[in-house]
Write a protein that binds this ligand. Structure first.
Ligand SMILES: NC(=O)c1ccc[n+]([C@@H]2O[C@H](COP(=O)([O-])OP(=O)(O)OC[C@H]3O[C@@H](n4cnc5c(N)ncnc54)[C@H](O)[C@@H]3O)[C@@H](O)[C@H]2O)c1
Length: 335
């Protein structure tokens, strides 16, 4: 590639599409934000107000047709991911796509086929792998100094239920939220899960019931190696955004995450008060930037994708097993 910068188009201008657009426009030196597409006029108006230099079509195909766009960042509604990835790869673009990669295992097979045919570059947005605490934890585990990792416990709690229109296209609690911890369990413990047991229900968000979603789940994984993971996914943490992970190893452990965003402690005669992380974009601000840097560097350098389609598909497959276990109220064995 002649230009040393990657010309990028964002597809989907919601909560996360804007975050990626802001990073690409102002914080990733080797990227250039060229365009962003969203069918909703109000989203495009907000985008134009912030990025008057960039194009903003309603139809993302206009971005795919542009010869001067090297890469696309897909942050549209979850039920559009698989189709847009395939179109983007076929259009010869470098592709970043938000999790989950698809909501359909037949489509996952098609994605494998298209990626194989096009030999394209596709990175999936598991941004926790780029968070400084998780990176440090992973480096310590991989160094071997703590012995062998044998189990993982993860808590992921949102402060509220998702907007209902978002929830309808999200695939539900497992595919939308637990998918991050499912990816981390494979990342930290290695190997594949052989048995899944999950229980869950609606505890505090009755609006999720009519659309078949839940707000709380406990998930148990047993890996083929015998290693284990326990994951909690919840929309019910009215105190804030609570993301914590512990990996137990044969000679120690790593604990990652915490409740506080800042180190400010307020003290009075009643006790101490700290802040609590309010929501995901604040907690993972640096991770979203680091993953975008990794995407741009990966595309420009020709190195393999740091988070692959296979990572995305394995996580989705496990989410389906979680949903099956929830439905049958029984453990599910995987081949
Ligand atoms: N990695 C993370 O931490 C994280 C966090 C939040 C969301 N996400 C994922 O990012 C995606 C977007 O989430 P969000 O919270 O920004 O949702 P959102 O509902 O705020 O925004 C989605 C946007 O996509 C647009 N859209 C829908 N169909 C489109 C199409 N065909 N072409 C272009 N735009 C289209 C919608 O108009 C909307 O503006 C979801 O798949 C979600 O799972 C990931």
């Amino acid at each position: 590639m002649k230009d040393t910068r990657l010309n990028c188009g964002v597809i989907g201008l919601g909560r996360l599409g804007f975050k990626h657009a802001q990073n690409l426009a102002g914080r990733v030196p080797r990227a250039r934000l060229v365009a962003a597409a969203d069918p909703v006029p109000a989203a495009r108006d907000s985008f134009r107000a912030q990025f008057p230099q960039a194009d903003s079509p309603g139809d993302y195909h206009e971005i795919l047709r542009r010869k001067d766009v090297d890469a696309v960042i897909i942050a549209s509604s979850t039920d559009t991911h698989g189709r847009i990835i395939m179109e983007s790869l076929r259009a010869g673009k470098y592709v970043f796509c938000e999790k989950p990669v698809t909501l359909d295992m037949a489509e996952a097979e098609e994605l494998r086929k298209v990626l194989g045919e096009t030999q394209g570059f596709l990175m999936i947005g598991f941004m926790r792998r780029f968070d400084s605490a998780y990176r440090m934890g992973k480096a310590r585990v991989d160094s071997g100094e703590l012995g062998e990792p044998v189990s993982m416990t993860a808590i992921s709690r949102d402060p509220a239920g998702p907007p209902i229109e978002f929830a309808k296209a999200s695939g539900g609690l497992a595919l939308d939220m637990c998918v991050h911890d499912i990816d981390l369990a494979r990342w930290f413990l290695g190997g594949e899960v052989s048995r899944v047991y999950a229980q869950g229900g609606v505890l505090m968000c009755p609006e999720l019931e009519p659309i078949g979603d839940i707000d709380h789940a406990f998930i148990e994984f047993t890996f083929g190696s015998g290693k284990m993971a326990h994951l909690e996914g919840s929309r019910n943490a009215r105190y804030g955004y609570d993301i914590r992970t512990e990996v137990i190893c044969t000679r120690g452990a790593v604990f990652m995450g915490g409740l506080r965003q800042t180190s400010c402690l307020v003290l009075n005669k009643n006790g101490c008060l700290t802040d609590v992380v309010p929501e995901f974009r604040t907690r993972f601000d640096a991770a979203y930037l680091a993953e975008m840097e990794a995407f741009v560097e990966g595309a420009l350098s020709g190195k393999p994708s740091p988070v692959t389609l296979e990572d995305g598909i394995r996580a989705v497959q496990l989410c389906f097993a979680v949903n099956e276990s929830l439905k049958r109220r029984l453990p599910v064995d995987l081949k």
